[in-house]
Design a protein around this ligand. Structure first.
Ligand code: DGL
Length: 264
């Protein structure tokens, strides 16, 4: 079957992208792959991340997909080019959509929350500087926020403590906070509450919606957008099934429900 959209992430973070894709394209059928055996990607070397990204693409391609959405910023930064070298289908990442969304929202003082591999690459920072004049940027690598979400703590006190710990250290007074790790929208309430508590209003920039628009446009161009029939999602993980289902359902917060997952 090649009429599906494939989405992958190192774990359950890409489900925040899947949610936006399903909202924009409710008639599409999806395969979601969370590479939880290899999580976190964000502390690995660029070459390791590129290899894992290509492997994830190949697994989804073998299942049969017409379009790939990389539901992971780290894999987009370090793996998009490597995937494009081997892929014979269009590939959409989440970095460019995030920068587009920041520009559209006229962000000037931007806090980027991401993995260390994403921040250290400097890619988002340089794209933002190209697109927005006189922009101020602070990038924070927050690996413990990834783990909080992955370990099922995205809605409890442990998750809040981790968010507060990172945000207490920042120097910028942001007008925009870019969630440049797909795990972080699951912690959005804690982030917003933190900035409310210090009377610093912020806009949240989540690249997912823009990425969904790009995927929609691409399928339209290919004349392969599904506009009829039931949508469907099959979930796969390379790691523990129950942990993926539990943490994944917390991330999805009832918008979608993972009833079963399979190993891939
Ligand atoms: N969700 C991923 C991202 O968007 C990274 C999490 C990880 O470190 O594996 O960057």
């Amino acid at each position: 079957m090649t009429n599906r959209i494939g989405v992958f992430d190192s774990g359950v973070g890409g489900l925040t992208v899947l949610k936006a894709l399903v909202k924009k394209m409710p008639n599409e059928k999806f395969y979601y792959f969370g590479d939880t055996k290899n999580i976190p990607y964000g502390i690995k070397t660029p070459a390791e991340i590129a290899n894992l990204s290509v492997n994830a693409y190949k697994k989804l391609k073998d299942l049969g997909i017409k379009l790939l959405v990389i539901g992971c910023n780290t894999a987009t930064v370090h793996g998009l080019a490597a995937i494009e070298e081997v892929a014979d289908i269009p590939v959409i990442g989440v970095i460019e959509p995030g920068v587009m969304a920041a520009k559209e929202n006229a962000c000037k003082n931007i806090l980027i929350l991401a993995t260390e591999a994403t921040i250290n690459s400097g890619l988002i920072q340089s794209l933002l500087r190209k697109e927005i004049q006189d922009v101020s940027i602070e990038g924070v690598g927050a690996p413990d926020m990834v783990l909080a979400v992955e370990n099922g703590n995205s809605k409890n006190e442990k998750g809040k403590e981790v968010v507060d710990r990172y945000l207490n250290e920042i120097e910028i007074s942001p007008d925009c906070v870019m969630l440049s790790c797909t795990h972080f929208p699951a912690l959005e309430d804690f982030i917003v509450n933190y900035f409310d508590s210090i009377n610093n209003p912020i806009k949240i920039i989540n690249p997912a919606e823009k990425a969904a628009e790009l995927a929609f446009d691409r399928l339209m161009e290919m004349e392969q957008l599904e506009t009829k029939g039931e949508g469907e999602i099959d979930y796969f993980t390379s790691g523990d099934l129950d942990k993926f289902i539990n943490s994944g359902n917390l991330v999805l917060s009832g918008d979608l429900i993972i009833e079963r997952a399979r190993n891939l």
